[in-house]
Design a protein. Structure first.
Length: 543
């Protein structure tokens, strides 16, 4: 639940194990940590639009941010009817208790007179506290928070009726117009009462703006105390000194235009700090955004393409290059090359050993063979292996298999990359202790991670393409040789991260999605299931 607005946030969970700790404390089922599948900041999401514009009554205080982030100018449009609302000066009390007592008294007097009052609080906790005090005084009222979410619009619409008292959190009831009841204009219209100044002037303006709409009469006033977070952290010293110097009683407020000005300056400081935080987040996300654009563009081109053969051949040659660089030092002599490990790894990727292919062994024994020659030789062998794979499966099946494999590998690796980037962002701030700019360090590290990601995607794609086991099934289960005219949706990659060969099912997906159960009394419960799913027997066919 959002503590400021009272909104329930469905599907939201705390990260880094905090939510699991709360679940353990509350004795509810502990769920696993959420994995990020995609991420984007609001700012970069809005920047995706070709044209950007908006209309709001409270944009002026954020004009600098709109200009800096979105390059949007802010223009003030005059009100339809002249504004006649009275904005009374703030009242500042020594303690929070004295403030809430004064608020309760003010509400009671206005309620008795018949004037409707809309009370704004900065959190659910404060709204509950005020509600309890009003109950003690016997003043009927409505509380707007998450408990009455469904009735919110209905409650706020009636806030302008005679003697109505409505307590709301910051954002509650926006979008519903408050129509004044009969005779309310004679009592001074709707009175908006703020129990505390918010960090942002925009939120205060939103609360004030509920009164005096379309030329209606109305009034607004904020009650503050020296114990409020805003005054406690930003500028209560001078006000506190004045109150102590002149020995102000607890229940006597201080009000002066200079004090209102200092409070506004404190809000400006907080707004500026919050803007810097948002700008800082955006600078980090701009790095991520470039990577996101590349991955999503590549993914979309694969989805849109029908024949990916040329692209696949390019990936195969690139993956050969990165594998050779991994195992063979370009500056070393050919006698020092670690061909045994290279051959073993190539075999795990391409199924058969490229180094022992016909004609390859003779060329490898040449002492004049260079690093680039090795790449070219293995590239030719890999292309030959690809053509053999195409003959084995048929071109139609291989085209569908390529698209399926590429998309699955990109999605899987991108998810892992997002997790790594989160870990990187968490610890990068510590680089400042070493007199290094964390943002520059983040850009450098993120580039290296992304470079590694692109290489991993290529190698994984090639490995899965050559290791995938394709099973052809049609309406007639005996017809295993049918390979043509297979709908693309009837192919599915099973278990991409398996160490053994994955299975690609082509044909009737309803029958292919699950292996036929295999039953045998001699199989141990913890033995691998004979159906080939890779699971234990007790968790597969034995279940």
């Amino acid at each position: 639940m959002d503590e400021f607005t009272g909104r329930l946030m469905f599907g939201r969970r705390y990260s880094e194990g905090l939510h699991q700790a709360i679940e353990a404390k509350e004795h509810v089922k502990i769920k696993e940590e959420n994995q990020t599948l995609a991420t984007i900041t609001i700012q970069n999401y809005f920047r995706l639009y070709e044209k950007l514009a908006g209309m709001t009554g409270t944009a002026l205080t954020e004009a600098e941010e709109f200009r800096h982030i979105y390059k949007l100018e802010t223009v003030v449009i005059p009100t339809n009817q002249p504004m006649i609302r009275q904005d009374l000066p703030d009242l500042i009390y020594k303690s929070e208790d004295a403030k809430f007592s004064a608020v309760t008294e003010d509400i009671a007097q206005r309620h008795e007179k018949g004037q409707p009052v809309l009370v704004g609080t900065i959190s659910i906790e404060k709204s509950e506290r005020l509600s309890t005090m009003l109950k003690r005084r016997g003043i009927p009222h409505q509380v707007l928070n998450a408990k009455h979410h469904e009735k919110e619009a209905e409650i706020i619409a009636l806030a302008g009726q005679p003697k109505a008292v409505t307590i709301a959190t910051n954002m509650a009831g926006r979008g519903t117009d408050i129509v004044l009841g009969e005779g309310v204009t004679g009592f001074g219209g709707l009175h908006v009462l703020g129990t505390e100044r918010h960090e942002s002037r925009r939120i205060d303006n939103q609360l004030r703006g509920r009164s005096g709409r379309q030329g209606d009469p109305g009034s607004s006033q904020f009650y503050l105390s020296l114990e409020d977070d805003l005054l406690r952290l930003f500028g209560s010293d001078r006000i506190g000194w004045v109150m102590e110097r002149f020995n102000f009683p607890e229940d006597v407020p201080i009000q002066h235009p200079i004090i209102n000005k200092s409070i506004e300056n404190a809000q400006r400081q907080v707004e500026s700090r919050n803007f810097e935080i948002r700008k800082h987040v955006l600078e980090y996300d701009d790095v991520m955004n470039k990577q996101r654009e590349i991955i999503y563009k590549k993914r979309q081109s694969i989805l849109d393409g029908d024949d990916l053969k040329d692209y696949m051949l390019e990936i195969i040659k690139d993956s050969i290059g990165s594998i050779v660089d991994l195992y063979v030092d370009p500056g070393a002599y050919s006698e020092q090359w670690n061909l045994e490990e290279l051959g073993s790894f190539l075999k795990s990727v391409f199924v058969f050993d490229l180094l022992k292919a016909p004609g390859a062994e003779q060329k490898l024994s040449d002492p004049r063979l260079r690093h680039t020659d090795l790449k070219e030789l293995l590239g030719q062998q890999a292309v030959y292996a690809y053509r053999e794979r195409e003959k084995e499966l048929s071109p139609e099946i291989l085209r569908k298999l390529e698209k399926l494999v590429m998309i699955n590998v990109i999605d899987s690796r991108w998810r892992e990359h997002l997790l790594e980037m989160d870990y990187l962002k968490e610890g990068i701030g510590l680089r400042a202790y070493g007199q290094r700019d964390p943002l520059v360090e983040y850009k450098h590290e993120a580039f290296n991670l992304f470079k590694g990601l692109m290489e991993e995607i290529k190698v994984d794609t090639v490995k899965l393409l050559f290791n995938a086991k394709v099973v052809i099934k049609g309406p007639d289960e005996k017809n295993h040789a049918r390979t043509k005219d297979l709908p693309e949706k009837e192919m599915a990659v099973k278990d991409i991260k398996t160490s053994g060969p994955s299975e690609i099912f082509a044909g009737d997906s309803s029958k292919a999605s699950k292996p036929e159960p295999v039953k045998s009394e001699k199989i141990g419960r913890n033995d691998p299931c004979p159906c080939g799913s890779g699971k234990k027997y007790k968790k597969c066919c034995g279940s």
